[in-house]
Design a protein around this ligand. Structure first.
Ligand code: SAH
Ligand code: SF4
Length: 370
């Protein structure tokens, strides 16, 4: 099979067209359709001759991601169910939000949205549009609190399938995407190469040009992935789902991570911070009596000591699992205590819960349940 047409550089496309006896400017036109206009079908490329479009569609079929369903939340969040060429299903979420709140307000008294821990967009007047995209169909990590984790892994997404999700949301909102979070289905660092290929396109392709610092990857703590990410030249943002600083408890709620222990996780994070000089975000989902006790709080404070980090506390979103989220009173105590210990901490206000589009609620549902 031929190489994916999206991965050809302009020079490679021009030499390919040269070999086929086609004019060089056609290669330029095709390149612009693919990378500036983010075309997902050859039919859209109306300035290319029909015969050439047909030839290309046979030699280089474009990925066939199609929109199957869309749901809109009362808060404006939109959830998309996309069908891939092999009929697998994947979900993505588009989250519009007002410009960042006044940062002078103390953290403890304000809620944050999914992307609030990232730097603000160049123009504060601009409405933000954050896309939460998936990197795998399902997930093999089996975290007990996560709907995706209960399904198991079907397969990795290709770089193009990752890009298609963002194109779909961008086209549906008719607005430029300003922020990206790899927090949909799947574990991004277990699909490292495709993830990085897609991130580079988001960062550099004319149709996106999203600043690296506005692109966040969330990992459950894959050590090798964090080490590789540390070496990347771009300033992508890193978030780590910690959820417990007590080893036995973490093993219970994130069973697949038991072989990647907390002390080693801390070491690779230290390396990441010292090499990149960037702050990392710890995500911490608060589950009643499981990881929200005094012992858990003290362990987290100890774990964060000396680390350039930010904590994002996450209220539990319903998944059907027999688990209970911590009460709002308990969450407020954590916010207050962590901030009092000089650990910058905010509370994530998940959007889209009424359409099961909030963190941890995505799954490969069929039409009947969507
Ligand atoms: N696999 C990656 C990214 C996808 S999950 C990771 O685990 O980080 C994105 C975030 O949603 C993670 O922080 C995850 O722990 C959180 N999450 C999972 N289930 C959740 C739930 N039921 N309620 C709230 N957050 C949840
Ligand atoms: Fe996978 Fe992340 Fe869900 Fe865990 S929380 S099962 S790693 S998607």
């Amino acid at each position: 099979m031929n190489k994916d047409i999206y991965s050809y550089s302009i020079d490679e496309l021009q030499s390919l067209f040269g070999e086929l006896g086609l004019p060089r400017f056609r290669a330029q036109q095709l390149f612009e359709w693919l990378h500036t206009h983010n075309a997902i079908s050859y039919d859209q490329m109306t300035n290319l001759p029909k015969a050439l479009r047909q030839q290309l569609s046979i030699a280089f079929p474009l990925s066939r991601t199609t929109l199957k369903e869309k749901q809109t939340s009362s808060d404006g969040t939109r959830k998309y169910l996309l069908e891939l060429s092999d009929n697998e299903l994947v979900e993505s979420v588009g989250i519009p939000s007002p410009p960042p709140a006044d940062k002078s307000v103390p953290n403890v008294s304000r809620e944050t949205f999914l992307d609030d821990f990232m730097p603000s967009t160049p123009s504060n007047d601009m409405q933000r549009l954050t896309v939460c995209f998936s990197t795998q169909v399902g997930c093999g990590m089996g975290c007990v609190f996560c709907a995706t984790g209960q399904e198991g892994l079907s397969r990795n997404l290709s770089a193009q399938e990752i890009v298609d999700q963002v194109v779909t949301v961008q086209q549906d909102f008719g607005q430029r995407v300003s922020n990206l979070v790899a927090m949909g289905q799947g574990e991004p660092f277990l699909n490292y190469e495709n993830l990085m290929m897609a991130l580079r396109r988001f960062n550099t392709d004319k149709g996106f040009q999203i600043g690296a610092r506005h692109i966040t990857v969330s990992t459950c703590g894959i050590l090798q992935g964090i080490q590789q990410f540390t070496q990347e030249p771009e300033q992508f943002t890193l978030a780590v789902s910690l959820h417990s600083a007590v080893q036995v408890k973490r093993n219970y709620i994130m069973p697949a991570l038991a072989s990647q222990p907390l002390d080693q996780l801390r070491s690779v994070i230290e390396e990441y911070i010292s090499k990149t000089r960037r702050r990392i975000t710890f995500e911490y989902l608060l589950l009643q009596d499981i990881n929200d006790t005094e012992e858990d709080l003290l362990a987290l404070i100890e774990y964060c000591k000396g680390l350039l980090c930010h904590i994002n506390l996450i209220p539990f979103n319903e998944t059907g699992a027999a688990l209970q989220g911590s009460s709002m009173d308990r969450i407020k105590v954590w916010l207050q205590r962590l901030n009092a210990n000089n650990i910058s901490t905010t509370l994530r206000h998940s959007k889209g819960a009424d359409i099961a589009g909030a963190c941890g609620q995505l799954k490969n549902v069929s039409r009947e349940t969507f």
